[in-house]
Design a protein around this ligand. Structure first.
Ligand SMILES: *Cc1c(COP(=O)(O)O)cnc(C)c1O
Length: 367
């Protein structure tokens, strides 16, 4: 077969490693009872209000969705106290990351991102053939933003700050971030990926929308995939000063967010009860897991997210397999460069208990 050569920059792209789906584990191992704590999803499911809204939307599926996401934007403006022209809705916040790269990156440009962190930053940059400068998080996985600032050159277009950071759960603190934004040279966008925003309780966690209101060159990313329990629908949003949003809209597909997702997300925003229950579950989960791990001599990284990063002291792939056959799916740390860590999201009380039991059994088997 004759085909053109693919673009050279694609060679450097590593395929995304997703969390193993529940159905696949059931199929492969003949199990019936499987718990997935591997993709930071909400174990409480989608809000009942979102489910109702989707039902109501079904008979209108013959129509194209509203390409402008009018209702969803209106709800977000009200809830977040921002302007409509400061918002962009994406097919997941992943899509907004890609729009950002397509909008601003030339091949000779570079971005700065933390390590370990979310692999999408790498993916969207590589696709444009641009360069990546990695900032290694501190030994306790905290950010030293001065170090990131020192890495900025005249080719830097974005600095990615994932806060709470996936996979570590650590955050950038208010004072440091404000200092960083103040000193950042012109022409660099700070991407504040706040996919886990709703779970952060630390009083020093920044109120990032203030920076947008002050017209600082920041793009704040949030999503309906995590606390809102709508990962399967693919909907996320970005908040930035209007001129940045205008640029991003140039590369956005006209109907990038489907009608089911728009309806569900709009209703989910108003379901305070579901939001509160989800936050409560994680708060309790943190205590339960910390206590349980302490009993077996392990300590997770300090986290502000709905997941934790844990050094188990054993090979994470072997541990993963050992836990898998007991019906428990977690994420291995090797993909993040930490071969003895695992990343696990908090589940219900019962699921957390099962996790602790399975972990202990697996560790005994491996040691
Ligand atoms: C899960 C996650 C997202 C959300 O992605 P969606 O495309 O909105 O599902 C974004 N950033 C980080 C760091 C995440 O962990």
């Amino acid at each position: 077969m004759q085909k053109p050569e693919k673009r050279g920059c694609l060679e450097k792209i590593k395929p995304y490693v997703p969390g193993k789906p529940i159905e696949e584990v059931k199929r492969e191992l003949g199990l019936t009872d499987v718990i997935k704590l591997a993709s930071n999803e909400n174990p409480l499911g989608p809000s009942p209000k979102a489910q109702e809204a989707m039902q109501e939307e079904i008979p209108r599926a013959n129509y194209y969705p509203d390409g402008n996401c009018f209702e969803l934007k209106r709800a977000l403006c009200e809830k977040l106290a921002v302007q409509e022209d400061q918002l962009i809705i994406g097919n997941g916040s992943d899509e907004i990351l890609k729009l950002l790269a397509e909008t601003y990156l030339e091949p000779e440009d570079e971005v700065i991102m933390p390590q370990p962190s979310f692999s999408e930053y790498e993916f969207v940059t590589r696709i444009m053939g641009s360069n990546i400068n990695y900032y290694d998080l501190e030994p306790d996985f905290s950010y030293d933003l001065q170090k990131m600032l020192d890495m900025v050159t005249d080719r830097t277009r974005f600095v990615f700050i994932c806060t709470p950071n996936n996979p570590t759960g650590t955050i950038a603190y208010k004072k440091q971030l404000e200092d960083f934004l103040q000193k950042l040279p012109d022409g660099v966008i700070t991407v504040l990926d706040e996919a886990y925003y709703e779970y952060a309780t630390d009083p020093e966690y920044p109120e990032s929308l203030n920076y947008v209101r002050e017209e600082k060159p920041v793009l704040v990313l949030r999503t309906f995939s995590k606390i809102y329990g709508l990962a399967g629908l693919r909907v996320g949003y970005g908040i930035a000063p209007a001129p940045i949003i205008q640029d991003l809209n140039r590369v956005r597909e006209p109907f990038n967010v489907n009608s089911m997702a728009q309806a569900a997300a709009t209703s989910a925003l108003y379901d305070e009860e579901h939001l509160r229950r989800s936050q409560e579950m994680v708060k309790n989960g943190r205590e339960q897991i910390n206590k349980g791990l302490q009993k077996i001599g392990l300590e997770p990284v300090y986290t502000q997210a709905n997941f934790f990063f844990l050094d188990t002291g054993v090979d994470s792939q072997a541990l993963f397999q050992c836990m898998l056959k007991r019906g428990m799916i977690v994420r291995t740390g090797d993909i993040f460069g930490y071969p003895t860590h695992i990343r696990v999201n908090y589940g219900t009380e019962e699921q957390n208990e099962r996790f602790l039991t399975v972990l202990q059994e697996a560790l005994e088997e491996l040691r």
